[in-house]
Design a protein around this ligand. Structure first.
Ligand SMILES: [Zn+2]
Length: 218
């Protein structure tokens, strides 16, 4: 416990500073949660949703896992999406990956790391799907391309979830975005225009994949 005291101290200082700048801040947030965004990102400690988008507590609902994977058998991720869409009525779902992702690199290298190999098998599926074109790239380009392709695929998985299909069916305005973050300069980049309906998903997916190849294939 003792070695965590600095974190508790930093929390006391943050809470005091926040109240001094906005005396009602916590009272207001304690009453209601009303975020417009759901963030599905990588667990990587260098990609914190709030900080890199300049959002305050209360502004973004967050789900993170290794390599920002969305699969229809993951009750954790699906429940987060359902809670965000049905109850919080978020307007945007942002699937955000990042260049230099350890999960992506491990998959590319075919390296065994333990239990997480089973989770990263989902990234392996993305790699296999695009294997032929990935093989044509040099190793660093291949890693960056797979980071992008993985985001684009996982965003499509969000679109194909029953939660999103039902939301769009009843006319709920919610868009699904594919973004990627660069550790080297802190910049985010959009990989699609935002998918706003089930009908758009396949074409937006196709365009995002082609845009990705256009950045890497010479
Ligand atoms: Zn990562």
């Amino acid at each position: 416990m003792a070695d965590l005291n600095h974190l508790l101290q930093q929390n006391r200082e943050w809470a005091a500073r926040t109240i001094s700048e906005d005396p009602d801040f916590f009272a207001r947030l304690a009453k209601i949660q009303d975020p417009k965004y759901l963030w599905i990102g990588c667990s990587d400690s260098r990609v914190p949703a709030n900080q890199i988008t300049g959002m305050e507590p209360g502004e973004v609902f967050v789900h993170r896992n290794v390599a920002n994977v969305v699969v229809p058998t993951d009750l954790n991720c699906l429940s987060t999406i359902q809670f965000a869409v049905d109850l919080l009525q978020v307007e945007h779902i942002i699937v955000c990956g990042h260049y230099g992702c350890g999960g992506i690199q491990t998959t590319l290298d075919g390296r065994r790391i333990g239990l997480a190999d089973n989770w990263l098998r989902h990234v392996g599926d993305v790699m296999d799907k695009h294997q032929q074109r990935l093989n044509m790239l040099d190793s660093s380009q291949r890693a960056s391309a797979l980071c992008e392709l993985n985001v684009i695929e996982q965003a499509l998985n969000v679109c194909q979830s029953t939660v999103m299909q039902d939301a769009w069916q009843r006319g709920q305005p919610v868009q699904v975005h594919s973004w990627i973050y660069a550790l080297k300069d802190g910049r985010l980049k959009a990989l699609n225009n935002g998918i706003a309906s089930a009908a758009q998903a396949a074409e937006e997916y196709r365009q995002a994949v082609e845009m990705c190849w256009s950045r890497y294939e010479k």
